[in-house]
Design a binder for this molecule. Structure first.
Ligand code: ADP
Ligand code: MG
Length: 420
């Protein structure tokens, strides 16, 4: 009995194992081909494992192959589904089971039903999805066995062990139900996390808007002044050229401010690529400069060495993280101060230090930093740091915080460096 139980638990373990990998697969949700390929790979491995380890407990065979086929089909779509059905047929043949053609014939009605349900599945809510998966698994098992055994004139086998057979259906329904519930739960969790990222980004963009508008007014005012000068009579040509040059430079500056700002507002699907940290820090200081000037704060950027520093990750997410941190630093210096941003290369990593001369934090406040809804600001959400820290940790970054009340705060981030 203990041995049977071991097999049984092992099979259940293999069925639930996709959930461990699911967060990694979910990351590629925007790349549909890769996402489906990974789903296919995962569920094929599970099918092969389950079919290689049949469980026979006191004469009752617990065959759970329908679970990975159905769950994989529902989440992977028609192509993945066709391949998963082929995998069970081919692997059954590899294992040396007889009547392959008969087995395919017995599977056909199920395949038609599953294909018919695939499109409906996407439109359903969580509980209906669980129900549909349970029903499809039951249909698959029942139809296949019934057709197969009827053609072989062996159907009595099922009726002889009716109670035990029903038991296997019940266990299968339970497992597939839990499996779909967990996948749905994870999907919902990731979806909410994405929404928090997005809403924080929108908050960031809207909070920076006033300073951007203000900062654009300056170049526009000077351009207006110079145009008036140009319009005056008896301006000699060298002066004209000089005024024009300044006008163009000022307009270019306004253009830069606007495009930096727009690039911050961009919300693109996650793309993992090599990030040039130096470029990003330069971008960061440009974007923050507007906000800092607006708040009477000076920015100093120190980039050691000319060499490029590279790390892997999503550029736009990294920007969001650093702008959050920089903005908090600026907001901590109500009476003006200095924001310093430093980048340097350590042996295997890239170090970014962001320090301010603001109000600082007590050790108790530091320990709460990064937890949701912790904010000391009237209009704060207390989600900015949480989002930033989770982005940085996702990129493999380490965070170190040093702060002293009324002196200032220093954040040190260390990212793994990659070679170009
Ligand atoms: P919000 O900015 O909306 O309040 P955050 O998650 O960005 O939310 O920040 C949470 C809290 O952490 C802030 O309200 C502030 O009290 C504190 N904090 C963050 N960065 C600093 C800093 N550089 N100096 C002082 N306090 C900070
Ligand atoms: Mg903030």
């Amino acid at each position: 009995m203990v041995n049977y139980l071991k097999d049984f638990l092992l099979t259940i373990f293999f069925i639930f194992s996709p959930l461990v990998f699911y967060p990694y697969i979910y990351k590629y949700k925007n790349n549909l081909i890769l996402y489906r390929f990974l789903i296919l790979l995962l569920f094929s491995v599970i099918i092969v494992t389950i079919m290689s380890l049949p469980i026979n407990i006191e004469g009752v065979v617990y065959d759970f192959r329908s679970i990975p086929v159905i769950v994989g089909s529902l989440y992977g779509g028609p192509i993945v589904s066709s391949i998963l059905f082929s995998v069970i047929v081919v692997y059954r043949w590899v294992l040396g089971n007889p009547n392959t053609i008969l087995y395919i014939v017995s599977l056909l009605p199920t395949i038609v039903i599953v294909f018919f349900c695939l499109r409906k599945f996407i439109q359903l809510n969580m509980y209906s999805r669980i129900l549909l998966a349970v029903v499809l698994c039951t249909i698959m098992k029942m139809l296949t066995i019934t057709i197969y055994l009827t053609i072989l004139h062996n159907l009595d086998m099922v009726f002889n062990n009716l109670v035990e057979t029903l038991q296997t259906y019940f266990v299968q329904a339970l497992i597939v139900g839990i499996c779909v519930y967990l996948v749905e739960f994870l999907n919902k969790y990731f979806y909410i996390q994405d929404e928090v990222y997005k809403s924080e980004r929108i908050k960031l963009v809207s909070e920076m808007a006033a300073s951007v508008a203000h900062e654009i007014r300056n170049p526009l005012t000077s351009v207006r002044g110079f145009i008036q000068l140009l319009a005056a009579e008896n301006v000699d040509s060298t002066k004209k050229e000089y005024y024009q040059k300044i006008c163009l430079e000022e307009l270019e500056r306004a253009d830069h401010i606007i495009s930096d700002y727009l690039s911050l507002a961009k919300s693109e699907p996650e793309i993992i690529e090599k990030i040039n940290v130096k470029d990003e820090i330069e971008y960061l200081s440009h974007v923050l400069l507007t906000y800092a000037t607006y708040n009477n704060i000076e920015i100093q950027t120190v980039i050691s060495e000319d060499q490029d520093f590279l790390t892997m990750g999503d550029k736009f997410r990294l920007r969001q993280a650093f702008i959050n941190i920089g903005k908090n630093a600026i907001e901590a210096m109500e009476n003006g101060g200095m924001l310093e941003i430093k980048v340097s290369r350590k042996s295997q990593s890239v170090e970014i230090v962001i320090s301010d001369t603001g109000i600082g934090m007590t050790p108790e406040q530091i320990s709460r930093l990064g937890t949701p809804y912790y904010s000391t600001k009237e209009k704060g959400t207390g989600l900015g740091t949480m989002v930033s820290f989770s982005i940085i940790k996702k990129l493999g970054g380490k965070i170190d915080i040093n702060s002293e009340v009324n002196k200032g705060t220093t954040y040190t981030f260390t990212f793994p460096a990659v070679v170009s």
